[in-house]
Design a protein around this ligand. Structure first.
Ligand code: ATP
Length: 299
């Protein structure tokens, strides 16, 4: 289990991370979210031992993160960090070697991963000859070739098409099911909703929301009602507690303050005709993110 305990990081006078605490259990995927400059990369660097913290503690299975632990960490960074003149195999040998693996082990693991990601043919190709998406696959392979116990994935799907996103998703879920603790960071809230059990949202280093995703959604009072059919939007918009009504390709999304408004909306919708859908849904993580981040900028 990873434990980040009251961690603060200053760059000179800038407080980039402010009293951050969270835990990631074995087999859990944890979301570390925030807008640009929120302190995510700084946090990843402290976890991986690349950067010292100013205050606080970070432990993995109750041990401070040092060289004995970093061998068991995988880090897929947002920026490309491949040596593009090398072949995929050469890169794997270099990277796996740094993590204490033998060439034989590396090649065995590489073959398996290349097959899983359907790029076996690229093993002896120079990385610079690969497409952006295939380079991203190689980058993921490098971050998991050491079979990490803790894996950090920063925007793992960047540059990938939907088919390759599915391949990545399978691989990530396999690792989770094998007990790997995973920190997942992305600006794509749909991906965060898909993967994460718990999350934290940072704004300028400060924690503005933290907890179990299911609980966060239940606690968030605003809900959406999704309707298909002929309805009087003007009348519905004027109901007290209705924040906005949006239409997209014949589907209406009615955002309400809380569940008590549902009945009034239902009665009004029932006056319409050809109603083929009426569903009360929790707000999306995207909506929660925008509101929480917006609020904290206003403070
Ligand atoms: P992004 O999503 O844009 O990658 P981030 O959440 O990863 O952002 P960080 O890169 O951790 O954010 O930056 C947090 C704050 O610390 C920012 O204000 C940034 O300008 C500052 N910062 C980051 N690295 C350094 C550094 N080496 N020296 C000084 N300030 C830094």
């Amino acid at each position: 289990m990873l434990k980040v305990d009251h961690v603060t990081k200053y760059y000179d006078k800038l407080k980039a991370v402010d009293d951050l605490s969270f835990e990631v259990k074995d087999g859990e995927i944890f979301g570390l979210l925030g807008v640009n400059g929120a302190g995510k990369t700084t946090t990843f660097r402290m976890i991986t031992g690349l950067l010292d913290m100013t205050k606080g503690n970070i432990t993995f299975n109750d041990k401070k993160i040092d060289y004995s632990v970093t061998d068991k960490i995988g880090f897929l960074t947002e920026e490309r960090s491949l040596l593009t003149k090398l072949t995929v195999l050469e890169q794997a040998k270099l990277y796996g070697g740094l993590k204490g693996l033998t060439n034989e082990e590396i090649e065995k693991r590489l073959d398996k991963l290349l097959k899983k990601l359907e790029i076996e043919d690229y093993k002896n190709k120079k990385i610079k000859e690969l497409s952006k998406g295939n380079q991203q696959k190689v980058q993921l392979i490098m971050s998991i070739i050491n079979e990490p116990k803790l894996l950090i994935l920063d925007e793992p799907f960047s540059g990938l098409d939907p088919i390759n996103i599915e391949l990545f998703k399978e691989l990530i879920m396999d690792l989770k099911n094998k007990g790997t603790s995973i920190i997942f960071s992305s600006h794509r809230m749909d991906h965060v909703e898909y993967f994460c059990d718990s999350l934290v949202i940072l704004v300028k280093g400060k924690t503005v929301l933290k907890g179990n995703l299911k609980q966060i959604k239940e606690d968030y009072r605003k809900k959406n009602i999704v309707v298909e059919g002929n309805i009087d939007i003007d009348k519905i918009s004027k109901i007290k507690g209705v924040n906005k009504v949006e239409e997209n390709k014949g589907t209406y999304t009615i955002n309400i303050d809380d569940i008590s408004v549902n009945e009034k909306v239902f009665k009004e919708v029932a006056k319409g005709n050809n109603i083929t859908k009426y569903e009360l849904e929790d707000a999306s993580l995207n909506e929660i993110f925008i509101e929480k981040v917006g609020e904290s900028y206003e403070k």
